[in-house]
Write a protein that binds this ligand. Sequence first.
Ligand code: HSE
Length: 445
Amino acid sequence: MTTKSIGVALVGCGTVGGAAAKIIVNDAREIAARTGVELQLLHIVDRSYAHADELGITEAARTSDLAVVCADPKVDVVLELVGGLTVAKSIIEQALRAGKHVVTANKALLAHHGAELLALAAENGVCIGFEASCGGGIPIIRALYDGLAANRIDAIYGIVNGTCNYILTEMIHHGADYPTALAQAQKAGLAEADPSLDVSGVDSAHKIAIMASLAFGVDVEFDSIPVAGIDSLDLKDVLYASRLGYAVKLLAIADRRENGVMLHVRPAFIAKEHPLAWVSGPFNAVSVYGSTTGHTMYYGRGAGGRPTGSAVVADIVSLGLGAIPAVYRGSPALRGATKKAQVIPVSELESRYYLRIMVADSPGALADITGIFGRYGISIASVHQDEPADSDNGGSAAPVPVVVVLHTAREQDVLAARDKINALESTAEVSSVIAIVDEHEEDLS
Ligand code: HSE
């Protein structure tokens, strides 16, 4: 077999960079035998080489000067594994302008500046590989631009943050409250010391912005995505979900509609039989609904050095094979040449809903609440109230939790009804409103 050699410069030898470097160094021979692409790690650019030393990576030249790397004709690909929005952006721009392909795992940067960077790559006749930006080791980006090429993609439903999924799994299966589950995730080495990007849902929003842009061939503005995280989730709702036959998952959703796309990230109830419900612990899964395949689902480890390093190395191999450049030539989305997405406000979402309401245990209190839903044309599917421990015939008037499950309603109507309930003098306060997300219907027409 003919072997093509591809020279690599790594910028940022942290968790993912170190793992990618180790795969390149240790597995180059085996990868070459399998793919015909011989990977050569030529340079490491970093401020400290302690991690590279720890990993025993001594093959590559070390420099703190990116210009040296950009001037080396043997370098074909620059790996940007620094993260963040500022330094990383200028590294990528410098590499692209020098005619180097770039491979990155930087979802935040791509979500905010993807179209601009892809356009710059196209101008310079090179490509950006970003398989590692979404879903760690899951080849979801490839699935969207290549494997599902025959499809009009109708919807994407993703569990794309391993930290959140681990925390939710601890809450669901072990009854841990949110702070305890978060502490466990940190102890397990999953959650960052500052986990705010993960638990606020922002990391998931970065990923759905990237996947939706690619799948729908539009440029999604990151700020147009409404985001709710798991950081204010109450264990009580997780436990009610279980009693009612649901699991709580942090979902990143992109849905194509006739007049645009609807995008949102939120904790949601999904039926225990829903294919995404059994995705547990640090795993990720992405469900994609295509016009010819129907539902396909991609599952695996969405975080961590080796899974994410796997995606980085796959992109380098693909660049070596010429596969990514060939796809880029045909795809406006990959050249950053698409129109801004028409984003449909999530207030127009039609969904079933769960509400937990603290209601005074007194005559007529529930009637006030059901009356409000009625006035908004919202139909109640079920009401659940446990008998209070000190229950007597008249009720004590102390608030008790009442769980209401609604039939399909518009989000803006549900929220308006919530505000009216909160304004009731008699009684009640809505503690939580959570969407119940049913499985997306396949449309194979
Ligand atoms: N911190 C992310 C997660 C992985 O926990 O899934 C990188 O996006």
